[in-house]
Write a protein that binds this ligand. Structure first.
Ligand SMILES: Nc1ncnc2c1ncn2[C@@H]1O[C@H](COP(=O)(O)OP(=O)(O)O)[C@@H](O)[C@H]1O
Ligand SMILES: [Mg+2]
Length: 255
């Protein structure tokens, strides 16, 4: 374990396996029993919550709606009051499981609201990562949250790609955006290649991208089946090949 409050964000193109990777990390880390783990489902279009098979009653989007309502009702609202309400609401939105707490961004449906919900997400990461040994964030596909500095208080940025040129191009774009953000200092940025057939293929796919290679995950029929039937990935057997692969990646990350 490398210090209190380490925060790891997972990003990459849609469909490359961010959620599967985050879920398997969650499985491995929450069963260790020596850490307080927080997992944040930060993708509004995602499925980390069902992939883990957990239940979340209140989302960051619900908090946003509540704040809007309270501002309207109090005709302006006291800034201090809103800020203390916010801390309370964020803590109240945590779903608690053995060895694990889960927070979800929810699905903002009204227009022009992604920005605000991302601001709240940033506040939540800052507030909560202090109270957990490790925070894992399953990020939104693409570069928006990197661009908007939502991942500002993140230590490790892990960019996932499959072996496709499109996936790797998105990886390069994210890498570029992450490095040019002068307000953001990630301690580590690394790559994971998912759905590969061999380490050789995984490395070949990333040829020309200058980023630390953290490891690869095979294309795995069991993972596919679990996702197909809606079974929680927390229940994957310990000797499953993807679980073994993610274990190696965590070792490489020194988690
Ligand atoms: N290693 C893998 N082996 C087989 N199927 C996978 C693997 N990783 C992801 N998938 C499948 O690919 C799809 C997209 O994965 P997901 O983790 O939801 O991607 P993302 O979160 O990046 O959008 C899902 O249907 C999932 O079951
Ligand atoms: Mg996802």
């Amino acid at each position: 374990m490398s210090g209190k409050g380490r925060t790891i964000a997972v990003c990459g193109k849609g469909g490359v396996g961010k959620t599967v990777f985050t879920a398997i990390m969650t499985k491995l880390l929450s069963s260790r029993g020596d850490m307080k783990i927080l997992v944040i489902d930060a993708d509004p279009a995602s499925g980390l919550v069902p992939t883990l098979g957990v239940k979340v009653e209140k989302t960051i989007n619900d908090i946003r709606l509540k704040i809007i309502k309270s501002i309207k009702e109090s005709k302006g609202g006291d800034k201090l009051e809103i800020s203390s309400m916010l801390d309370y609401e964020i803590l109240d939105a945590l779903a608690e499981y053995p060895g694990l707490a889960v927070l979800s961004i929810g699905r903002p449906e009204d227009e022009g609201c992604y920005c605000r919900v991302n601001d709240l997400l940033k506040d939540a990461i800052k507030l909560l990562s202090k109270s957990f040994d490790l925070t894992l964030i399953d990020g939104e596909a693409g570069i928006e949250q990197i661009n908007r500095r939502v991942m500002m208080d993140v230590d490790d940025l892990v960019i996932v790609s499959d072996t496709s040129v499109k996936g790797v191009n998105t990886m390069s774009t994210i890498l570029h955006v992450a490095k040019e953000g002068n307000a953001v200092n990630y301690s580590r940025i690394g790559a994971v290649v998912n759905k590969a057939r061999s380490e050789k293929e995984a490395k070949q796919a990333m040829d020309g991208v200058s980023i630390d290679f953290l490891g690869w995950i095979p294309e795995d029929e069991t993972v596919r089946e679990y996702d197909f039937s809606g079974k929680s990935l927390l229940e994957l057997p310990d000797d499953n090949q993807s679980v073994e692969a993610v274990k190696k990646i965590l070792e490489n990350m020194r988690v």
